[in-house]
Design a protein around this ligand. Sequence first.
Ligand code: 9MR
Length: 879
Amino acid sequence: MIRPPAWLALTTAAALVTLTPSPAAALVTPAPSSPAAGTAPDPSAATASATPVPSSSAAPADDEGPEQIVNGTFDTGTAPWWSTGNTTPEVEDGRLCADVPGGTVNPWDVIIGQNDIPLVKDETYAFSFFGAAAPGRVAKALVQLPVDPYTQYLSANPELSVSGNDYTYTFTSPVDLPGAQVAFQLGGSATPWRFCVDNVSLKGGAEPDVYKPDTGPRVRVNMVGYLPSGPKRATLVTEKTEPVGWKLRRGGELVAEGDTVPRGVDGSSGQNVHTVDFGSVTAPGTGYTLEADGETSRPFDIGADVYGDLRADALKFYYTQRSGIEILDSLRPGYGRPAGHVGVAPNQGDVEVPCRPGVCDYTLNVAGGWYDAGDHGKYVVNGGISVHQLMAAYERAKADGIHEDGDLDIPESGNGVPDILDEARWEQEFLLSMQVPDGKPHRGMAHHKIHDAAWTGLPLLPHLDPQRRELHPVSTAATLNLAATAAQAARLFAPYDAAFAARNLTAARKAWAAAKADPARYADPADGVGGGAYSDGDVTDEFYWAAAELYITTGEKEFRDFVLASPHHTADVWRERGFDWGNTAPLGRLQLAAVPNALPDRARVRESVLEGADKYLAVQKAHPYGLPYNPPDFDWGSNNLVLNNMVVMAVAHDISGEAKYRDGVLEGLDYIFGRNALNQSYVTGYGEVASKNQHSRWYARQLDPSLPNPPRGTLAGGPNSSIQDPVAQAKLRGCKPQFCYIDDIESWATNELTINWNSPLAWIASYLATPAAPGSCKVAYTVHGQWPDGFNAQVTITNTGTTAIEGWTLRWSFLGGQTVRRHWSTHLSQDGATVTAKNLSWNKTLKPGGSVTFGFLGADAPGPDPRPERFLLNGTLCR
Ligand code: 9MR
């Protein structure tokens, strides 16, 4: 048996010293842990290092300043320390100890603190204490402004043990402040525990502790690996300016060698770098290493399946982000949790949500959907692009057989619908529920968002969130996101659930009309308390995207004319910074290019995607880390922008078949998986060193070891030059773009996870899972006759190769509702929108140069019936 320490046994015997809570304590609310939109970098932030070091090794500086803490040794009782009213500190064995009640929600719900501590601008302080917890747990130690906005000059998360440890942190004060606050925030635990602290000290004159990320070997590779047929490049960080030799080894054996190419100083990292090209090596294998300039890279593989699990992992992320449903541990071992926000206390639930005061007079049932990110908010604008990209990943490859029923281990697996569509529907149903009902003001528009009335702290599982939930005003942007995704859902769900498809189309038309009638109702950029603002002052791009989806689904003149007249239809929409939730014109353009439709200038639209991709290829070629994104400062969520630029390249590859575009996608992934200045992968579980502490209230292992890290396949937002959060500000001040990232759960500006960042990852991984190399075939699909509800089509397959094809299976997909009826010279079957044609015994041989023709009668559902464009013969692509 482990004996409790003496101080725990003494609890009841000890004399109780009750303190009057400081008035400031009652006021303590957090700095937002997910930020408001547009949050500017706080110019008053500190530079700090919060790495705990044993006090014994933290040698005091010569010019150590005076002690700033009054009675940090508790020799004279507990004054002037104060506490919140729910705990009663007492002196025990010369330490301050307190029973911390269970059942509180946020760290700041239980505090022991001291006020009136002067800080001098630019002075570096050492903050140290002894701390213990029974049972052990992570607490929060802060030096901060004692009033709103509670700017944190030091924020540390010491992992306290039963026997206790000494902790020392240093920080440099950015302000002159006569009365700062030292606070131990102890709340947020379901169960009670006991906290003890001693020797609390704050002294100036400390050595600034400069944060230096551990970047490992200077040879930077894609740690996950390289495809045998893809490009293979690496980056060497070195002082040298002349070429140096490199050696590629496997199991100690030399495989290839050559010289590096000096590339000068890279602006995105500030490093002098060279590149290595070992693309001539194609032999699959594990355990390759690359040596140059006396350094050896981390090991990597070359193999056709290095990304084999990525599609499923990136998509499985969404099930564990679901709101309104229990997450089954049997489906996601280690991630099971009760349903969040279904109206079970302490949740106030999303089943009957009122508006913010004065906004509306009704409640809506908006349960379900995905939580946006590490917070518990649900936002229509961001939900829109996320669910769109999942549906687009499916739509692109309907005939490829890579998205199947049962492939994501979700509750709906086995229902006959591809899992990716089931997952998308979970969100789409939520988006539909955000539409203002008939008979109410703004009917047909969508509420911009629903989230907590106030920010909550970390960790906090969804079902434990006690905050009031509120609907925020409607916006044109949200309404158009709904119109776009509902139009897309209408055609994709048509073969599986006609009623759901029809419901979506009705909602899309209604949303479109409502947005047209109220085209500039913008979300308030200041509406960022308790959730992000997601405001956008230009929604002409959302109009373009929605019109494009509505046109593809309906073929109607109104939407075609809108698309053709939109300035976004002909403008250069390919921003170097990439596209995202607030820049959606590229979504419209990509859809019009990729999904079959009868737009008169479609050839030009498709050509424009190649122009965009060429632009990103040029950026990538010039970048010594192979990044297809290189603005002078990196944006919030830069990794999703990098990936979205890769989406443009991938669609260009689909359109043209040109290998350079696919190579661009692959080289872009090298950056995501380790060929970068930090030498780390940004996807949890991928590569030897990978992000794992993404900002999240429920994958908060860094703050509570009983919770999990994010699931495998979770993308971190990535470097963000504006470093808005206190941890990034404390440690990354002055960072070159690639260095503006830290894998710390509190760094919400650089290290959050979100549904719209995993969606391009899932899209790209899906793209990689489909056949790339063109097969030796050509397909001609001709419609010979069309009547109101049917058509007559003929298909000719030609073998363009030099060997005979013995037995053939051809697959394609329809846009939505068409079905095949009678057929001849083949055996035809249909599953959803996908048709499979198989040879009969007499026409199974396709000689080189030979062809076979078959035909069928199809029934046409209402709406357009464009000719299919993607054909797979025996699993290879016919162009
Ligand atoms: O991803 C969003 C980014 O583009 C914005 O610049 C930023 C500030 O408005 O907000 C980001 O979105 C956050 C949202 O507001 C709240 N949930 C977490 C999101 C990711 O950090």
